[in-house]
Design a protein around this ligand. Sequence first.
Ligand code: ATP
Length: 246
Amino acid sequence: MLEVEGLASAYGRIQVLHGVDFHVKRGEIVTIVGSNGAGKTTLLRALSGVQPVLAGRIRLKGQVIESMAAHQRVRRGMAQVPEGRHVFAPLSVHDNLVLGGWTRPAARRQERLDFAYGLFPALAQRRHQMAGSLSGGQQQMLAIGRALMSEPELLLLDEPSMGLAPVLVDQIFALLPTLKAAGLTILLVEQNAYAALAAADRGYVMETGRIVAGGPAEELLHDPSVREAYLGLAEEAPLLGERAVA
Ligand code: ATP
């Protein structure tokens, strides 16, 4: 679905991505975890076309896209849920969703709206409410629903747990298997490494603009260096599930 090779990006003269290599297979949930400032958001923005690329190659379904405009990438099946949600605050929930579907024929709109409202009944109840008046969790749902309106094959999710209460974080992560079952491929970047790795098939660890480790998510969850650096767990400490079993 996605192949990234040697991707480099900078803000002015400050380079923040230094040759990023990774891939995502169709149907996978892949997460990139890493601490604050590692470059995760910059990477997703470079993939979706809103952050310039200095060097490297991005292939979406085999097609080279790194010099394509962001809106062309959406048409080719990629949609981004940005960090901080960025819903259109003065517009209604309904209008936010409709805007997300701008690449699709009008005849598909109702089906996409039904899909989004089916996933998020709280949004259906508030369809005429201003997006800016929603809670943080509802705004996150709206940002995901808006991205799904374009019928993406690859969903880029940036830090969906940011600023949410634990119960809402659980709800957002519980949604991922549903999206996968609906045929989506998901690339998730997260500081909440435990929740992200627990939900993913594979993971990568990013540090200062480079991928420094990668593998099945289950293996990363048990990797002593990942546990210590990103999960806040000592090597021998049990993970939550293990503790429950014990
Ligand atoms: P976070 O989880 O905090 O978003 P991140 O891993 O997503 O962290 P980025 O936001 O991609 O990291 O930031 C990578 C580096 O680029 C950081 O050093 C950050 O300070 C810098 N940076 C990010 N945005 C800009 C910008 N608009 N101008 C200049 N530097 C930036």
